[in-house]
Design a protein around this ligand. Sequence first.
Ligand SMILES: C[S@@+](CC[C@H](N)C(=O)[O-])C[C@H]1O[C@@H](n2cnc3c(N)ncnc32)[C@H](O)[C@@H]1O
Length: 313
Amino acid sequence: MSTRDIDVTNELTVFEDRFRETAAAFFREYERTRAAEPDTLTRVAGPMLRWAKAALGEGYADRLIEGYCFFVMEVNRAQKSYEKNGRYEYETFAAVYEKAYSNQDFMDLYHWGVYCSTFVWHHHLNIYKFFESHFLPLVAKKGEPGQLVDLGAGSGIWHLLALGHLSGWQATAVDISEPSIGMSTRMASTLPFAANVKHVCADATSWKPSEPMDAGISCFLLEHLERPQDLLGSLAGALKPGAHAFITCAITAAEIDHIYEFRRESEVLVLVESVGFRVKHMYSAEPETTPADRKYLPRSLAMVVQKRHNEIW
Ligand SMILES: C[S@@+](CC[C@H](N)C(=O)[O-])C[C@H]1O[C@@H](n2cnc3c(N)ncnc32)[C@H](O)[C@@H]1O
């Protein structure tokens, strides 16, 4: 076992012990995911826990667990209201800003909850597997290192996980939230490839690079926007023809800050094609625990797309 493996095992053990002790009911989901995907979980949770420790300090495990439990309760509350009313709670950015984004304590907890759901939720871990198996190899095929952009980067996990595989690549992380940028900058600063990440606080729907990029990522931002097509247009505009991008979004999955309701996978596909992408791979993942009698099946959609050279290609 290498020193790096020992580090990862230590972080996982600390996190698991605290999770089991302090939130046994929520820990069951983690145990189910670990039983199904032990290796993928270690590959994702290992580095993510180290990054969280770098950002939060010694009490990081308790903060993550508190955030995760808060997030799950909040998601369940929002989904229940959606089942009852047939629509998401808020439809405008302004309303969500007032209820959630402007509340720093709420957002701090929420942020770490979203972070943990990447590896605690089995269907989200499967999305990571899809990223690793269907997106990263296409990007790596380029041969020499290139430029990657992550729109709505949040904590930065997607481009940081990508850079772990893409030696020498540089990433630009774009996010509209100053606290998110601050957090991802702190996390990235502890990594050997820290100098390869640039952070930009800007609206991703209108952001433009100085030079076209070689690959793109935008995870779980589309459903937060009033006009998701603007983000897709901005992503397509930022890339070189032929470049690949990885896009994810939520479908019939309510959260306090989800305002654009996608009901079918095809709705996302049509938008993605309309801005100049070709869809190469698509994966729709749902939690195994949704009861069959529910009106909505909350799920997450992931796509690997390629920027077309012209209207036909
Ligand atoms: C649900 S989080 C997803 C974060 C990250 N991509 C992930 O999957 O873990 C959505 C992120 O998009 C950011 N965001 C919201 N509207 C944005 C906009 N117009 N431009 C750039 N970032 C935006 C938020 O600040 C937040 O960090």
